[in-house]
Design a binder for this molecule. Structure first.
Ligand code: GRG
Length: 276
């Protein structure tokens, strides 16, 4: 299956799983805002990575799906909050008015809070007959996701980014901001897939190494597309060469998996060549 079809198929699986956890209807403004924030045209890159990581270690998509949804809920909340006037102040998101433009700041803020909480509810909810192994995996997943999303991770990166608003961070600071703001959730998406898929410690480490590099690649390509960040500091030619080299290094982390990692390899190429 080529990468486009693979991504389409996985996105469909994820979209219907997300629906399962969301309010059924827009009964209140809060419910409408929550559905609006999630059910828009996102690429679902992070949950796709979770499923691909689980597959890569021979695990089941079904077991990894709640974690994939949890990651997308965290990502959706972060976009809602990031667009608020007190943060990046963006009027548009995923090709339509951002959540606060549509529902007002109070409802958007609360929708983000609810999505953050929902992510952990999804991970912490399982059938009463769940095995000790499943419960242990879920507990680890909760800890990994909390660390990646919280003050040592995405929120910490966002705080540093806010500190540098209107200033030009040097390359080292920019890399620190991106590693946490964007990178930590991407690498956690892979770790979650590894954990739920039953990876060995060495496999989890390799997938995490792939994830940290992919996170940086994702941000570099974002900057190339926006002519911002790294592209502004290094120039478009140098940064494109760095992105190409980083993509190779990212894929090298998958060597231990042989053929099993073909989707993750294709995703790295997709991230490098994406146009939006
Ligand atoms: C508010 C706590 C808090 C954190 C915000 C995610 C984030 C942290 C900021 C977003 C700023 C931004 C546009 C960064 C560039 C990289 C990025 C995360 C892009 C959006 O992710 P995609 O391209 O979006 O995966 P879709 O819409 O496809 O889900």
């Amino acid at each position: 299956m080529n990468v486009k079809n693979y991504l389409k198929k996985q996105k469909k699986t994820i979209d219907s799983a997300l629906l399962h956890y969301l309010p059924r209807q827009n009964k209140t403004a809060l419910e409408a805002a929550i559905r609006y924030a999630v059910l828009s045209d996102g690429k679902r890159v992070r949950p796709i990575l979770t499923l691909a990581a689980a597959e890569c270690v021979g695990g089941s998509v079904k077991e990894a799906l709640p974690a994939a949804c949890a990651v997308e809920f965290i990502h959706s909340y972060s976009l809602v909050h990031d667009d608020l006037p007190c943060m990046d102040d963006d009027a548009m998101r995923r090709g339509r008015p951002s959540c606060h433009k549509k529902f007002g700041e109070v409802t958007a803020l609360l929708a983000g809070d609810a999505l953050l909480t929902l992510a952990f509810q999804v991970l912490a909810t399982f059938k009463s007959e769940a095995s000790t192994t499943v419960v242990t995996k879920r507990l680890r997943a909760i800890a990994v996701l909390a660390e990646a999303a919280g003050m040592q991770g995405m929120v910490g990166g966002q705080a540093l980014d806010m500190e540098y608003q209107g200033k030009k961070p040097d390359l080292k600071t920019l890399t620190r901001i991106n590693a946490h703001k964007t990178g930590d959730l991407i690498s956690a998406s892979l770790r979650l897939g590894a954990i739920l898929g039953g990876a060995t410690k060495a496999q989890e480490k390799a997938l995490f190494a792939y994830g940290t590099r992919l996170g940086l690649l994702f941000q570099i390509v974002d900057d190339i597309l926006d002519k911002d960040g790294y592209a502004r500091i290094l120039g478009s030619k140098r940064i494109q060469a760095q992105a190409n080299a980083l993509c190779l290094e990212t894929k090298r982390q998958l060597r231990p998996f042989g053929d099993r990692s073909q989707h993750l390899e294709a995703i790295a190429d997709f991230v490098l060549t994406r146009k939006h």
